[in-house]
Design a protein around this ligand. Structure first.
Ligand SMILES: Cc1cc2nc3c(=O)[nH]c(=O)nc-3n(C[C@H](O)[C@H](O)[C@H](O)COP(=O)(O)O)c2cc1C
Length: 226
C-alpha cells in the first residue's frame, strides 16, 4: 500500500516516532512517504491508500500546522484507513485525570478539524531538557516531580514504549491491508459478475481531486465489455 505519514513536532520527538513508523511500514513492504505538516508541500492524502498522523501535545493542544493539515484534508482522511499517534507526557503515566485530559485533546481536535481518527494510540513522549530553554526546563521538571519522577535536567529522557507503538502500527497496517484487499477483490468480483474484463492493473489509491465521495478506487479501472 501507499502510506502517507504526516507529523507535527515542536522539539522533534513526534518526528522521531513518525520516522520509526516509516521504517516499520517499509519493512512490512509498504511504500511510505513521511511529511512534516509545517512544510508547504504536504501531499493530498487522496493519493494514498492509508494515512498515519503523528502530533505532540503542548499545553493541551496539537501544533497549529497539524490542525490546519487535518482540517484541510479531513474529507480525504476520513475516506481512507487512518490512524493517529498522539504524543504526550500524560501518556507516560496512568493518572485518570491525565488520561481523561488526553481524550479531551483528541475530542477537541475532532471538533476543530472534522477529521475522525480511525484508531488512536497515546504514546508517551520525551523530556528533552537539553533542547529546552530555562523556563520550559523548570516547568517540565515541576510536572515530572508532581508525578513522583526525579529528573536530572542535564539529561534527555525518552519515555516512549516502542514495542507498544510497533504493535499499534502493525495492527493498523494489517487492518488497512485487509480493507485494501477486500475493496480490490470486491471490485474484481463485481466486474466479473457484470461480464467485464479489467484492462488495467489494479490501482488501489486514486488521484481524484474533485472532492467527491469515494467510489474513487474504482474510477481508475477501465472496462472493456466482453
Ligand atoms: C512547553 C511544553 C508543554 C507541554 N504540554 C503538555 C501537556 O499539556 N500535556 C502533556 O501530556 N504533555 C505536555 N508536554 C510534553 C510533550 O507532549 C512531550 O515532551 C512530547 O514528547 C513533545 O513532543 P515533540 O518533541 O514532538 O514536540 C509539554 C511539553 C512542553 C515542552
Amino acid at each position: 500500500m501507499r502510506v502517507l505519514i504526516v507529523f507535527s513536532t515542536t522539539e522533534g520527538h513526534a518526528r522521531k516516532l513518525a520516522e520509526f513508523g516509516a521504517v516499520r511500514l517499509t519493512s512490512l513492504g509498504h511504500q511510505v512517504q513521511v511529511q512534516d505538516a509545517a512544510e508547504s508541500n504536504v501531499p493530498d492524502p487522496i493519493g494514498f491508500d492509508c494515512a498515519l498522523l503523528v502530533a505532540s501535545v503542548h499545553v493541551s493542544r496539537y501544533q497549529r500546522s497539524f490542525i490546519e493539515f487535518a482540517s484541510k484534508h479531513c474529507a480525504a482522511l476520513n475516506r481512507i484507513p487512518n490512524a493517529f499517534v498522539s504524543v504526550s507526557l500524560s501518556a507516560a503515566g496512568d493518572n485518570p485525570c491525565d488520561l481523561a485530559g488526553l481524550r479531551n485533546c483528541v475530542e477537541r481536535l475532532e471538533l476543530e478539524t472534522h477529521w475522525h481518527p480511525g484508531v488512536v494510540h497515546h504514546a508517551a513522549g520525551a523530556m528533552l531538557f537539553r533542547a529546552y530553554g530555562f523556563f520550559t526546563k523548570l516547568v517540565i521538571r515541576f510536572i515530572a516531580q508532581r508525578r513522583g519522577k526525579v529528573v536530572n535536567t542535564s539529561k534527555d529522557y525518552d519515555l516512549t514504549d516502542y514495542i507498544a507503538l510497533e504493535t499499534f502500527i502493525d495492527d493498523f497496517a494489517a487492518n488497512a491491508t485487509l480493507r485494501w484487499e477486500s475493496d480490490r477483490d470486491g471490485f474484481i468480483n463485481r466486474a466479473a459478475a457484470a461480464g467485464h474484463a479489467l484492462t488495467e492493473p489494479w490501482q488501489p489509491a486514486t488521484q481524484l481531486r474533485d472532492g467527491h465521495p469515494s467510489t474513487a478506487p474504482f474510477l481508475r479501472l477501465i472496462f472493456s465489455a466482453n
